[in-house]
Design a protein around this ligand. Structure first.
Ligand code: BG6
Length: 491
């Protein structure tokens, strides 16, 4: 079975931060894959932009090296790579001065007019400078969009300021705020599961669901990002964006259609319904952790403080929160969320645990009856698993067994698992905002996160140590077990 490929109109992707890590690891390989799948039409160009003084040829070499490094051997096809390199160009521009902008304008105005996308794969400190220079050098056509990466601010005030700055130059419909979790196959599958089946929706509420768990666990540590990460921490880095977006997809009401505004209106309502966490309850409902030396990803690893220069930090590399969505559908249903670096493995999943049956007709010999669970696995092995109680096969007494209807997408469909960026980069060209985050969503998410940060400061809540390679601090286990529930730790 293969997915349907619909070619898009020719475009120019201008990647600011073109020599950076994101361009190298994600953007260039993603664009190459779309070419390989026949989705790019001519004349399409990819224009790297950054301060470095490089020639087109130098940047083509950078792009080819990036493909060599990040593609699987059978995906690297000499002829396709040569074709890809031929569409790659480079301009040296300075965000803080006018240097290079005329050259960028010249290249953009060569040949036929195309869809134009500016991708800001740079730090947010220069979003404003770049946007203003794009405007001042008259680079905005009627078919222009701008793509921005997180972090959109480090609190509500800075996010609002950043949104204002970009908003002075671009209209909201032209601004594509990327949250790459929304490009993951399984996140969209949540929409299909919920709204393309009659089965789940009647049960999708506090009358039938006991609780929801969302785990985004990583095996990696700081990855040379100490400068950014130590100022951010897990709450800002993962919860404010990716995890709250997952909460939205689980908790939202059915939008009237897949239209971008319809979907985002519903997500916004969820964000606004999140019950505030303050100094009064922060210690009961949140856990902060920081990894110590241990073993992870197959070998011994250093602790967070040893990785950091300076060695003193109260930044959380792990966070667990018992959250609540205060509305009719979800009142009383806890959403336990947790994420961390250097945990037991790379695993992200959403687990919906339904309520226990109200009364058992079976005697004790039948065994324990487990509550049904729906597990939506984002990574690795994307898929969906529904647990059910059945009768143990064979003659004899009635014994019950918990089994899973298990669908691994890789096994069920012989399609390559495309990276989230492939879909999102092309949604920008297709002008489809459904999987991008609207300004009011970003701000509503900060409105919930800010008081938690403040409460941590006010109460002086410290990070709890956890050994690298485990599931986080014991306080995280206590957070859920206090309620008579348990984390789903299967990798
Ligand atoms: C990024 C965070 O947004 O997401 C990183 O800044 C994190 O700290 C990454 O490692 C996780 O993404 P994925 O797709 O590997 O789960």
């Amino acid at each position: 079975m293969s997915s349907q490929i619909i070619p898009v109109e020719p475009f120019d992707y201008v990647v600011f931060g073109g020599t950076g890590d994101l361009a190298e690891r994600k953007l260039l390989p993603a664009l190459y894959h779309r070419q390989l799948e026949g989705q790019i039409t001519e004349p399409t160009r990819i224009i790297g932009a950054s301060r470095a003084a490089l020639s087109h040829e130098d940047y083509r070499k950078f792009a080819v090296d990036a493909l060599k490094e990040h593609l699987k051997a059978d995906e690297y096809k000499e002829e396709e790579v040569a074709k890809f390199a031929a569409r790659v160009f480079y301009v040296s521009v300075d965000a803080k001065s006018d240097q290079g902008w005329d050259a960028l304008k010249k290249i953009l105005e060569e040949g036929k007019e195309r869809i134009r996308a500016f991708y800001l794969a740079v730090g947010p400190a220069i979003f404003g400078d770049i946007s203003e220079r794009i405007r001042d050098h008259k680079l905005i056509t009627k078919n222009t969009r701008i793509v921005v990466e997180k972090p959109i601010g480090r609190d509500l005030a800075s996010a609002t300021e950043l949104n204002d700055t970009i908003g002075k130059v671009f209209r909201e419909e032209q601004i594509f705020r990327i949250d790459h979790y929304l490009g993951k196959e399984t996140v969209q599958n949540l929409m299909a599961l919920r709204f393309a089946n009659a089965l789940y929706e009647p049960l999708w509420n506090s009358a039938h669901i006991d609780h929801v768990q969302i785990t985004v666990s990583e095996a990696v540590g700081l990855e040379n990002r100490a400068g950014y990460y130590d100022k951010a921490g897990a709450l800002r880095d993962m919860v404010q964006n990716h995890i709250l977006q997952l909460v939205c997809f689980v908790a939202m009401e059915a939008p009237t259609s897949m239209d971008a505004e319809a979907v985002r209106d519903e997500k916004l309502k969820v964000l606004r319904a999140l019950k505030p966490i303050t100094s009064a309850n922060v210690e009961q409902v949140t856990v902060r952790g920081q990894y110590r030396a241990g073993a992870s990803a197959g070998g011994p690893v250093k602790g967070y403080l040893e990785e950091l220069e300076g060695g003193i930090s109260n930044t959380e590399t792990f966070v667990a929160i018992k959250a609540e969505v205060s509305n009719w559908r979800w009142a009383g249903v806890p959403f336990y969320i947790r994420t961390g670096k250097r945990l037991a493995g790379r695993m992200s999943e959403i687990v919906i645990t339904f309520k226990q049956i109200p009364h058992s007709i079976f005697d004790n010999n039948a065994g324990r009856i487990s509550a049904n669970q729906l597990v939506i696995r984002l990574q690795p092995n994307e898929g969906v698993k529904q647990s059910l109680m059945i009768k143990d096969p064979g003659p004899g007494g009635m014994r019950l067994r918990n089994v899973s209807l298990d669908m691994s997408f890789a096994e069920a469909f012989a399609v390559r698992n495309a990276d989230a960026y492939e879909r999102l980069l092309f949604d920008v060209i297709r002008n489809n905002q459904t999987l991008f985050v609207r300004r009011d969503e970003v701000e509503a998410a900060w409105k919930w996160v800010d008081p938690i940060l403040k409460a941590w400061e006010e109460t002086g809540q410290q990070v709890q140590g956890y050994t690298a390679g485990t599931w986080g601090p014991s306080q995280s286990i206590a957070l859920i077990e206090r309620d008579g529930r348990t984390w789903n730790d299967a990798i």
